[in-house]
Design a protein around this ligand. Structure first.
Ligand code: ADP
Ligand code: ASP
Ligand code: MG
Length: 417
């Protein structure tokens, strides 16, 4: 039998009625002749609640226990989905990560897949079961502990199963009817795309578009899994939603294909560090060791040069706003250990990152100029800029986020096909 993977996110399994609605969609695919692997998220809000319980009980929690608690939301929906399918006359069985087993690394809270042996599920399918319901987001470490894959990880579970079982397609059912030129909750002019290239989706996801977890796109690209995003609240057909696919299968050729943003960023500046070989390593080594996800980096001339005898520079970097305290501690520890010197560490915790993405940028000049002009026209000040082959990102004051997204969406005419 051909295999199809269907993943239902939190809002798609938010209550018993929605689980029943999702089960109807699964039943339809079974009737079309598929053996179906269903991946479920926890009911929406559940994972946040569990995380909050952990953090309240133990602020500097043991990551193994965090995973033991936080993975549990998916166990409930997996069992309920299987029961619902059985009530509808579909032979289904649920599986938690350890039962498959979904083998992962032991990086608790951000584990990666190592292997997904097929035997147990294949055995059940060969006994006539039509649906395997898998608890998303979780796995098993070599030490026999429950792991989780990072927020949004059920997307990655879905793609990993599609790859392991050679599924015909991996369908991600969610609360929007596809991938848009930007988050449709921020811009009413956002336009749904029929197709998007793996590489573009990878950039959009890693720059903040949470419609797919970044790692899921990476895996789909590597294992050539046809990946589709579609709505669980609408009637869907073979052509619904957005297909994430290879570049050469895309007709539309825009220079910029999407705008992504990340709301909760911080900009930190180490004021007056020594300007000497090795200084960047002395700063970013300790930050990496402390687990700070540094993104943009700029080294600039210090306004306070005159006050110093040696040559100094200011070093600015960005990181997620919830890592500011950790970054500050890492820098103060490095100073106490004599690795670096600085006058002060200034944190701006009210910034957001906005990025334009498109594979067309590889062969087109002038994208950055157009981007900066559009932001200037709205009087939005740019604080940091970073570019790569297919994206340009800027940091701006968070209060301008919506305005800047709209302005860029308009400037690159993303509302027009
Ligand atoms: P699920 O719970 O189904 O995994 P998520 O909330 O993780 O759903 O992802 C879906 C959400 O992603 C949408 O509701 C939308 O607000 C957001 N989103 C961000 N960027 C985009 C985009 N470019 N296209 C579609 N949705 C986007
Ligand atoms: N329930 C997990 C989360 O909220 C995983 C997921 O839904 O993909 O992050
Ligand atoms: Mg998600």
């Amino acid at each position: 039998m051909p295999i199809l993977v269907m993943k239902f996110g939190g809002t798609s399994v938010a209550d018993l009625d929605r689980i029943a609605n999702a089960a109807e969609k699964v039943k339809r695919e079974v009737e079309r002749g598929y053996d179906v692997i269903v991946i479920v998220s926890a009911m929406s809000g559940k994972t946040n609640e569990l995380v909050n319980w952990v953090e309240t009980t133990s602020p500097l929690y043991d990551a193994r226990e965090y995973d033991a608690v936080v993975a549990s939301g998916e166990n409930i929906t997996a069992g309920l989905m299987s029961l619902r399918l059985q009530e509808m006359g579909v032979s289904a069985r649920s599986w938690q990560g350890w039962q498959v087993p979904i083998n992962t690394t032991s990086a608790h809270g951000a584990a990666r897949f190592v292997s997904i042996p097929r035997e147990n599920l294949d055995q059940k399918f060969s006994e006539g079961f039509k649906v395997a319901v898998i608890a998303g987001f979780q796995g098993l470490s070599p030490e026999n502990r429950i792991t989780t894959l990072g927020r949004g990880g059920s997307d990655t579970t879905a793609v990993a199963f599609a790859a392991a079982f050679g599924a015909e397609r991996c369908d991600i059912y969610t609360d929007v009817d596809g991938i848009y030129t930007t988050d449709p909750r921020v811009s009413s002019k956002a336009r749904k795309l029929d197709r998007i290239a793996f590489e573009e989706m990878l950039e959009l996801a890693s720059l903040g578009a949470k419609v797919l977890q970044t790692r899921s796109v990476e895996l789909a690209m590597r294992y050539k899994v046809p990946l589709r995003v579609l709505s669980s609240f609408e009637e869907t057909t073979e052509n619904s939603g957005t297909l994430v696919c290879d570049e050469d299968k895309i007709m539309e050729s825009k220079v910029v294909s999407g705008v992504a943003f990340s709301r909760d960023e911080a900009k930190m500046t180490l004021v007056t560090v020594e300007d000497r070989p090795g200084i960047a390593s002395a700063i970013f080594g300790p930050l990496a060791d402390a687990g700070v996800n540094v993104d943009m980096i700029v080294q600039n001339i210090s306004e306070r040069q005159a006050e110093h005898e040696v040559k100094v520079t200011d070093m600015t970097f960005s990181c997620p706003v919830n890592q500011v305290a950790r970054a500050r501690k890492a820098m103060e520890d490095a100073r106490d250990a004599g690795l670096i010197k600085f006058d002060e560490l200034v944190a701006d915790e009210d910034v957001a990152k906005i990025s334009v993405v498109g594979i067309g940028m590889r062969s087109h000049a002038g994208v950055a100029a157009k981007m900066f002009k559009a932001l200037a026209a709205e009087n939005v000040n740019i604080k940091v800029i970073a570019t790569s082959e297919i994206k340009i990102s800027v940091l701006v004051d968070r209060k301008y986020l919506e305005l800047a997204v709209q302005a860029l969406h308009d400037a690159f005419e993303l509302d027009k096909a």
